[in-house]
Design a protein. Structure first.
Length: 619
C-alpha cells in the first residue's frame, strides 16, 4: 500500500483495509493451493524494540480460512483487552502483527515433498539490519536445485535444505548482504556516520542489480515476490513467462496476483486495467511507493503454460473461458467419428468440475454440426416437405444429461499414493435412469487424463451401471506424455498412461528394442554432461499416431469385467495450438521444453523409470 494506514482509515473506515483485501484475494484464488497458506507483513515505521516483519502459516484443512481465523481472533482479543490500541495507528502497528503497509499472501499446492508447516511460504531470512532481512514467496519449480546448491556452497554458505525455495531465498539473500556491505563501506569512506549510512542504504538499495545476480543460473518456471525489512519490494517473472503474473497500480495501491479475475473482483476494477508482467521483468517498488519495471535477465521466446489455461486457473477469466470453450468445440470431429455420427442415440455429459466450460464448447460444436445436417436434409426434402417432417428435422439436437456427480473435492492425480485406490473409487456418483439401456452411447468430457487411475477405478465402472452400449471419454487436452517440471509438477513419467500405452505398443510390435536404445542415448548424454541437449524420450512415441496411442490407452484403462465398449478421444495437439495460440508452453504434450533443464528432467525421468527408481526426477 502506497499510503500511511491512517489514509485508508479516513477513506475506507479501517486501518486494516489492505489486510481485508488480502483475505479476499486468497479466498478468490484458493484453487491455486489447498495444502498450506501463509501471510506475511512488513511495517514501515515501527520504532526499535518492536518487530517490523511478521509471518503466519497454516497447513491444516482449508488452511487459508484457518489462517484468517487466527489473525481475526488475535485482533478481536486485542480489541477486547485494549480497545484504545485499535483506534491508534502507531499503537496498532506496534501491537497487532498484521497492521502494515506491505502484505504477502501465498497458497501452497503440494505436488511434491511434505506438507509440513515448514514447507509453506512465505520464507524469512531474518537479520537485525532491516535492509538485510528478506521475506520471499512464490510459485516456482526450478530444474537445477542441485546446481544452485553447489553454487551457494561455492559462495561460502551451508544451506540447510536442497529445495528450490531455500536455494532461491539464500541466493537472493547472499547478494542482498553483499550489496549492503558494499554500500556501507562506500558511505563510511565518504565520511557519513553509521546512522546516515544506513539511511542511505535504505534509499539506494538496488534490487534490480541484486535480482540480476541472483537469477543468473535459475532454470525453470517462476513468479516470486519479496520484501526487504526496510520496505522495498519486488515481483519477478521467469524469462519464458511460464508462470502467470498480473498486476494493477493506482495512486494508493499496487497489487499483484497469479490470476487476473481475482484482482478485478476484489478491487472492483475493469479487466482491461490489469497488466501482465512481461517475461524476464521485475516490478521493483521502493519504500516510498515509487514503482519501476526493470529487466533482471534476458527475455526468451514466451512459452506460457497452456495447462494453466486448460485446468489450473479459474475459468472466469474471459480469455480462459473462451479458450476452454474452443477446446471443447475442436474435439467434436473426433467425437462424431467415435459415435459413427449417430447423435440420435448419444447422450452428452461432463466430468465435473473443471470440464464444464469445455462441455459448453463441445455442445456448440455439436449444434453447429447438426445445423449443417439440418440444412442438407431440408435441401433433400425440398419445398414439398411435410409439416411433420419439418418439425422432426428442426427438433434435432444433442441430448444432454448430468451423468456424473462429484462427491469429494479431491485432486486425485497428485494426491499421495497411500490410500489412493480407496479414495478414487468414491469420488464420483451418477444420475440413474438417463439412458436407454444397451442402446445409447454415453459421451463424457474431462479436461485432461494424466494417470487414468480415476477413470479406471471409479468413473468408467460407475458409468457402466447405466448400461450404455458404449462409453466414450473425451479429453479436452491432448495426451500428457512428458513430465512437467515448471508448472504443475508431474515428474514421474512411468505414471502417465500415455507413456504406458506407447511402451506396450513397442513391446507388441517390431520396435521392442527402442526403450533400451533411448536409455542408452540418455546414459551416453549423461556421461558427457549433455543430458540437457535433446529430449531423447520423443523416440518412444515416434512410431505411432495419436490415434494408435489413444486406442491403447483405452485398452489399458478398461476395467475388468466391463460389458460395454469403451473408447477415449483426445484433443489433437494441433487443435490445442489453435485454441490457445498465446500460451505455447506445451512440453507435457509435445516434449518441446523451453529451457535446457527441461530436457535434462525428462531424460532423467526416463532413466529412473527404466532403472525401476521412483521419486522426483529433479531436486
Amino acid at each position: 500500500m502506497k499510503k500511511p494506514l491512517g489514509w485508508y482509515k479516513e477513506k475506507y473506515g479501517s486501518y486494516l483495509w489492505g489486510l481485508k483485501k488480502m483475505y479476499l484475494l486468497m479466498e478468490k484464488m484458493h484453487n491455486r493451493g489447498q495444502d498450506g497458506a501463509g501471510l506475511g507483513c512488513v511495517k514501515l515505521n515501527t520504532p526499535p524494540g518492536f518487530p517490523y516483519m511478521e509471518r503466519i502459516r497454516n497447513n491444516q484443512s482449508s488452511p487459508w480460512m484457518n489462517l484468517i481465523k487466527e489473525v481475526e481472533e488475535s485482533y478481536a482479543a486485542l480489541k477486547f483487552e485494549k480497545p484504545e490500541i485499535v483506534e491508534d495507528e502507531q499503537a496498532l502497528t506496534q501491537f497487532f502483527p498484521f497492521a502494515g503497509e506491505l502484505l504477502m499472501g501465498h497458497l501452497r499446492y503440494g505436488t511434491h515433498g511434505d506438507n509440513t508447516l515448514n514447507a509453506c511460504h512465505p520464507f524469512i531470512r531474518a537479520n537485525n539490519w532491516k535492509t538485510k532481512s528478506l521475506m520471499v514467496a512464490g510459485n516456482f519449480n526450478l530444474t537445477n536445485s542441485e546446481e544452485l546448491l553447489r553454487k551457494l556452497v561455492d559462495l561460502g554458505q551451508h544451506p540447510r535444505q536442497n529445495a528450490d525455495t531455500v536455494t532461491v531465498m539464500e541466493r537472493i539473500g547472499h547478494f542482498l548482504d553483499e550489496e549492503n556491505q558494499f554500500l556501507l563501506q562506500q558511505y563510511l569512506q565518504s565520511g557519513l556516520s553509521i546512522k546516515e549510512a544506513f539511511k542511505r542504504i535504505s534509499e539506494e538499495l538496488d534490487l534490480q542489480k541484486i535480482l540480476t545476480y541472483s537469477a543468473k543460473h535459475w532454470d525453470g518456471g517462476y513468479v516470486m515476490g519479496g520484501f526487504t525489512g526496510n520496505g522495498d519490494a519486488f515481483v519477478l517473472r521467469d524469462p519464458n513467462g511460464i508462470r502467470p503474473a498480473w498486476f494493477y497500480e493506482n495512486e494508493e495501491v499496487l497489487v499483484m496476483a497469479s490470476e487476473r479475475p481475482a484482482i478485478c473482483t476484489v478491487f472492483n476494477i475493469p479487466y482491461a486495467d490489469i497488466q501482465e508482467l512481461d517475461p524476464g521483468k521485475a516490478l521493483v517498488i521502493k519504500r516510498g511507493g515509487q514503482v519501476s519495471l526493470q529487466s533482471f535477465t534476458d527475455s526468451r521466446p514466451k512459452t506460457a503454460c497452456s495447462f494453466e489455461r486448460i485446468y489450473f486457473s479459474r475459468g472466469n477469466d474471459p480469455e480462459i473461458y473462451a479458450e476452454r470453450k474452443k477446446l471443447g468445440r475442436l474435439v467434436v470431429p473426433g467425437i462424431l467419428k467415435s459415435i459413427d455420427q449417430n447423435l440420435e442415440n448419444a447422450v452428452f455429459s461432463y466430468i465435473p468440475n473443471t470440464a464444464e466450460t469445455a462441455f459448453l464448447g463441445m455442445m456448440k460444436g455439436l449444434e453447429s454440426h447438426l445445423n449443417r445436417k439440418k440444412t442438407e436434409l431440408l435441401k433433400i426434402e425440398g419445398p414439398d416437405i411435410s409439416e411433420e417432417r419439418l418439425e422432426q428435422i428442426l427438433n434435432l439436437r444433442p441430448r444432454v444429461e448430468k451423468a456424473v456427480i462429484k462427491d469429494v473435492k479431491l485432486r486425485t492425480f497428485i494426491s499421495d499414493d497411500a490410500g489412493r485406490d480407496e479414495l478414487v473409487a468414491h469420488v464420483y456418483d451418477i444420475t440413474y435412469g438417463i439412458l436407454k439401456p444397451d442402446q445409447d452411447t454415453l459421451v463424457c468430457i474431462d479436461d485432461s487424463i494424466v494417470r487414468g487411475t480415476t477413470l479406471k477405478q471409479s468413473i468408467v465402472k460407475i458409468l457402466s451401471r447405466l448400461r450404455p452400449k458404449k462409453i466414450v471419454i473425451v479429453s479436452s487436452a491432448p495426451q500428457i506424455r512428458y513430465p512437467d517440471c515448471y508448472g504443475i509438477d508431474m515428474s514421474q513419467i512411468g505414471k502417465f498412461v500415455a507413456f504406458q500405452a506407447a511402451i506396450e505398443l513397442l513391446k507388441e510390435g517390431t520396435n521392442s528394442s527402442i526403450p533400451e536404445q533411448v536409455y542408452q542415448l540418455c546414459k551416453h548424454a549423461e556421461s558427457n554432461s549433455k543430458l540437457e541437449s535433446e529430449n531423447f524420450v520423443k523416440k518412444i512415441y515416434e512410431p505411432f499416431s495419436e490415434e494408435e496411442v489413444s486406442n491403447k490407452i483405452a485398452e489399458l484403462l478398461t476395467p475388468e469385467g466391463l460389458t460395454c465398449s469403451f473408447e477415449i478421444v483426445f484433443l489433437p495437439l494441433a487443435s490445442l495450438r489453435e485454441a490457445i495460440p498465446n500460451h505455447t508452453g506445451d512440453w507435457y504434450f509435445s516434449g518441446n521444453y523451453p529451457t535446457p533443464g527441461g530436457n535434462k528432467v525428462v531424460n532423467r525421468a526416463y532413466m529412473n523409470w527404466f532403472e525401476g527408481k521412483s521419486g522426483r526426477s529433479y531436486a
